[in-house]
Design a protein around this ligand. Structure first.
Ligand code: SAH
Ligand code: DHB
Ligand code: MG
Length: 222
């Protein structure tokens, strides 16, 4: 199986199941035009985020890692008009592109510029938590910290989703010194030993290569 086939099959499903959408299509176009890295979720993964948020009946969402706002728009679409999504982004250029892309969702989406480990304590102090869904998709070395914050900002029943937990299979390389691989491995181990969650992880192939996501539900009162 080749990347070409994975991409073609992703295109097949996207053409069938993910109709073109002006705001989402524009977000991808402006992100690429501004030279942002192509690290957004794929269209069919974005739709999965929407469906998971809908299944969860989420009213409050926290996203760590905005990039150009592509996944943000997908997640925000699941929310009722009085719902709230806070998204955290450290790179001013990414945030600027995202702000333009989420302009139509300004009643729902609140983008916070800064290192997530600096903005997360502020969010905890503001009393916006608990969040119904938390999407972790920023700098992978900090994933263990993001899991701790996700738990702190959760309630029983909150859903925690983390992107990029496979990284082309590097996740099982015990000798890796790549800080991202180390961060993801530690995150997976913490998820496994954490008594407050029930979790699994799924490998994926597609237009974004070979990767995967972890999904956890908080099973205890926080
Ligand atoms: N969720 C996006 C993709 C995010 S890519 C989507 O699917 O559309 C990861 C993003 O995390 C990048 O924009 C990067 O600048 C941001 N990031 C990296 N380190 C960060 C940090 N410490 N705090 C907040 N954001 C960070
Ligand atoms: C990278 C980050 C992501 O969130 C992603 O989905 C793909 C790649 C990266 O940093 O390489
Ligand atoms: Mg990602």
């Amino acid at each position: 199986m080749t990347q070409e086939q994975w991409t073609a099959v992703d295109r097949y499903f996207t053409d069938l199941l993910v109709p073109p959408d002006p705001a989402l299509d524009a977000a991808l176009q402006t992100s690429a035009a501004a030279g942002l890295p192509p690290h957004n979720v794929s269209p069919n993964q974005g739709k999965l985020l929407l469906l998971l948020a809908q299944i969860q009946r989420a009213r409050t969402i926290l996203e760590i890692g905005t990039l150009g706002g592509y996944s943000t728009i997908w997640l925000a679409r699941a929310l009722p008009s009085d719902g709230r999504l806070i998204t955290l982004e450290a790179d001013p250029k990414h945030a600027e592109v995202a702000r333009a892309n989420i302009a139509g969702l300004s009643d729902i989406v609140d983008l916070r510029l800064g290192q997530a480990l600096s903005t997360l304590p502020q969010i905890a102090a503001e009393g916006n938590s608990p969040f119904d869904l938390i999407f972790i998709d920023a700098d992978k070395p900090n994933n263990p910290h993001y899991l701790a914050w996700a738990l702190k900002l959760s309630r029983r029943g909150s859903l925690i989703i983390a992107d990029n937990v496979v990284r082309n299979g590097a996740v099982i390389d015990q000798s890796s010194s790549d800080p991202s691989v180390l961060g993801v491995r530690r995150f997976n181990e913490l998820l496994a030993s954490e008594p407050r969650v029930s979790a699994t992880a799924i490998q994926t192939v597609g237009s974004k290569g070979y990767d995967g996501f972890a999904i956890a539900i908080v099973t205890t009162d926080q």
